[in-house]
Design a protein around this ligand. Structure first.
Ligand code: BES
Ligand code: MN
Ligand code: ZN
Length: 500
């Protein structure tokens, strides 16, 4: 499905359908007023019948409209004109797609640009493109059938002011790159754990360096190199599994890099987390294939950086590993020496994410990064604290935290800060090692972040706990692609690509 940006003569568009907004109490949009004039009042005469009010969820399909080339006009209710924001616009677009899919429409013109959120065409186009793509996304079935779903072929976005065309086109370019990133992250996350194992993740990283030769170099750290580096914590987590751990180090460098900053990302890439010897209950254990969504998000944002040729230096790590029980598995009670030299007493083998991440975070020190952001489905406790629509944010740097909150506000990819007060650190005390891998108290998301913070003293660091937001359960569920849009926006802002 392709998008086009165009300043249309709405009455002359030979298309299957023109979609126009209508507001509460039948308040007409500029597009309706224009089309109504062209049809000599036909449209308003139908609206007067009272079949549509303009509330969100309302719709009315018109056929054979005099003076109009399009086969149909679809009026979609948008609620109160001055109350439209990004989130209800998403809902409006989802409703629209549902209707268009039902009608098997192939070619459509959207005349939404007059909805101008914050008087800003950039965000308007971004939201339209990303929400539409999100509504059309389907999990790829693994079977032998070749049945292809019939889908919309073209969506033309009518931009009512010619002066807005330039920004609208930039926005479309950004949105398509971000969508590519989100879809790539989702596709990777949705794969089953017998296909997407740590080696598979590292092969995905290698493919990036083949596709984006000019910008991306990849190094794979296998278990042998991990041993040389002293990554005993990371290695221990992988010990029980036949699928050996692989850490992918992906270096992206744009042309015309604007400053000497290096921004680093680490993604938790547990391709399956059974809990290990501290085994998880059977209920919903299959969902632990999603324990690599952090790595998938990092993979996604590199794609967007390369597609848009961002003028930045990025180092990204996919921490691939599988956590399984077995005769070789690490145990509760084991004491591990991390790459940093600090020792950790394992009290629960299911708190494995932090054990993989800590060595990845220490490994990053060699690149002297200015900013490091890790992304991890780290704790069930974060889901208890913030639910399923908000990711947890932890940081040792106020400015970085502010920048992430800004990107979150701009995209609607919600995050919320949780504290790293000194009281929480005491919960990690151990009598045999420098500290343990789980806290004794209740604030599990925070103690996990406290653990990570012991390995991030050398740089500005933020940790995103996406345990609640990375996927949705059930038949219509799957990976959400979060927090890819948030991080893409963070990088766009770092690149000074600002259109708002
Ligand atoms: N991957 C899980 C966290 C998780 C659980 C994410 C449920 C999403 C849904 C992580 O490795 C884990 O098992 N964490 C434990 C930590 C505990 C043992 C301190 C948890 O949250 O129960
Ligand atoms: Mn676990
Ligand atoms: Zn896990």
């Amino acid at each position: 499905m392709d998008f086009f940006i165009k300043n249309c003569k709405l009455d002359r568009e030979k298309t299957d359908c023109i979609v126009v907004p209508i507001f509460n109490l039948c308040e007409l949009s500029d597009s309706i007023i224009y089309l109504d004039k062209c049809s000599n009042g036909y449209i308003t005469s139908l609206i007067k019948l009272g079949d549509i009010q303009g509330k969100i969820g309302d719709k009315l399909i018109l056929y054979k409209i005099p003076g109009i080339f399009s086969k149909r006009i679809l009026l979609v209710g948008c609620g109160k004109k001055d109350q439209i924001d990004k989130s209800n616009l998403k809902e409006i677009l989802q409703n629209t797609i549902k209707i268009l899919k039902k009608l098997l429409i192939k070619n459509v013109v959207y005349s939404f640009s007059e909805l101008n959120i914050n008087n800003n065409i950039y965000w308007m186009v971004r939201v339209i493109v990303l929400s539409t793509k999100e509504s059309l996304y389907e999990v790829k079935k693994i079977n032998n059938s070749n049945i292809k779903n019939i889908n919309i072929d073209y969506i033309t976005l009518n931009i009512s002011k010619k002066n807005d065309l330039f920004i609208a086109k930039i926005s479309l370019k950004h949105a398509l790159a971000i969508n590519y990133a989100i879809a790539s992250a989702k596709n990777l996350s949705n794969l089953p754990p017998n296909i997407c194992n740590p080696l598979y993740l590292s092969n995905c990283a290698k493919k990036l360096s083949k596709k984006y030769k000019e910008n991306i170099v990849v190094e794979i750290i296998d278990i042998k190199k991990m041993k040389e580096l002293g990554m005993h914590s990371y290695i221990a987590v992988g010990n029980g599994a036949k699928n050996k751990p692989f850490m992918s180090v992906i270096k992206y460098s744009g042309h015309n890099v604007i400053n000497n900053q290096t921004i680093a990302f680490v993604g938790k890439g547990l391709t399956f987390d059974s809990g290990g010897i501290s085994i998880k209950p059977a209920f919903n254990m299959h969902e632990m294939k999603y324990d690599m969504c952090g790595a998938a998000a990092v993979y996604g944002i590199l794609i967007m950086a390369a597609e848009l040729q961002l003028p930045l230096k990025i180092i990204a790590i996919l921490s691939g590993c599988e956590n399984m029980p077995g005769g070789h598995a690490f145990r509760p009670g084991d004491v591990l020496t991390t790459m940093s030299g600090q020792t950790v007493e394992v009290l629960n083998t299911d708190a494995e994410g932090r054990l993989v991440l800590c060595d990845s975070l220490t490994y990053l020190e060699r690149f002297s990064p200015n900013i490091v952001i890790d992304i991890a489905t780290l704790t069930g406790a974060c889901v208890t604290a913030l639910g399923e629509s908000v990711s947890g944010l932890f940081s040792n740097n106020q400015e970085l935290e502010t920048q992430l909150h800004r990107a979150s506000r701009e995209t609607g990819d919600k995050i919320w800060s949780l504290p790293l007060f000194s009281e929480y650190y005491k919960e990690l005390n151990s009598n045999i090692a420098d500290f343990s891998n789980v806290g004794k108290g209740k604030a599990g998301a925070i103690t996990a972040a406290c653990f990570l913070s012991k390995f991030t003293k050398k740089y500005n660091w933020a940790h995103l706990d996406i345990a609640g937001t990375a996927w949705k359960s059930g038949e219509y569920g799957g990976a959400t692609g979060r927090p890819v849009e948030l991080l893409c926006q963070f990088l766009l802002n770092q690149s000074n690509y600002i259109y708002s």
